[in-house]
Design a protein around this ligand. Structure first.
Ligand code: ZN
Length: 150
């Protein structure tokens, strides 16, 4: 388990340092801003949705390592998914972070999203890890407003 913990930590640090899809998207079809006042994380999520499929995802903003890394991993996980699949993935991710009895998923099953399983030991950090997801769900719902985790 310690080895897995180290590996997960490394994934988070790596995405924080070199976030994927970290840019403004000029031709976004959906966009939303998110704010986590508890930690000071602020980000904007951009989506390009074609029919029912998310063809592109990007984000911009600033925040702690967990919020930034989580947004980065999320963009890689959502690209190419349908909107329904994205919502399902969000619920799975949220379950992993909030349900103490949920099994720790492995990388094969859940990709790099699994790296955030350890966050559930730090309830304050759960909001950091889910900010980008809440913001994405709001963007998909077409609520073009600022999302606050409060
Ligand atoms: Zn944070």
């Amino acid at each position: 388990m310690d080895e897995l913990r180290d590996l997960y930590q490394e994934i988070i640090l790596d995405h924080n340092k070199n976030p994927k899809n970290f840019h403004v998207m000029e031709d976004a079809t959906h966009k939303s801003d998110g704010h986590n006042p508890l930690c000071g994380d602020r980000l904007t999520v951009y989506l390009h949705v074609d029919g029912d499929r998310i063809t592109d995802v990007s984000f911009q903003g600033s925040g702690c390592a967990i919020s930034k890394a989580s947004a980065s991993v999320m963009t890689t996980a959502l690209k190419g998914k349908t909107v329904a699949e994205a919502r399902e993935l969000f619920h799975k991710f949220q379950d992993m972070l909030t349900r103490e009895d949920a099994a720790i998923p492995d990388l094969d099953e859940f990709g790099q999203l699994a790296a955030f399983a350890g966050v559930r030991e730090f309830p304050v950090r759960v909001k950091c890890a889910t900010l980008s997801w809440h913001t994405t769900m709001a963007a998909l719902d077409d609520e073009n407003k600022i999302v606050s985790t409060e």
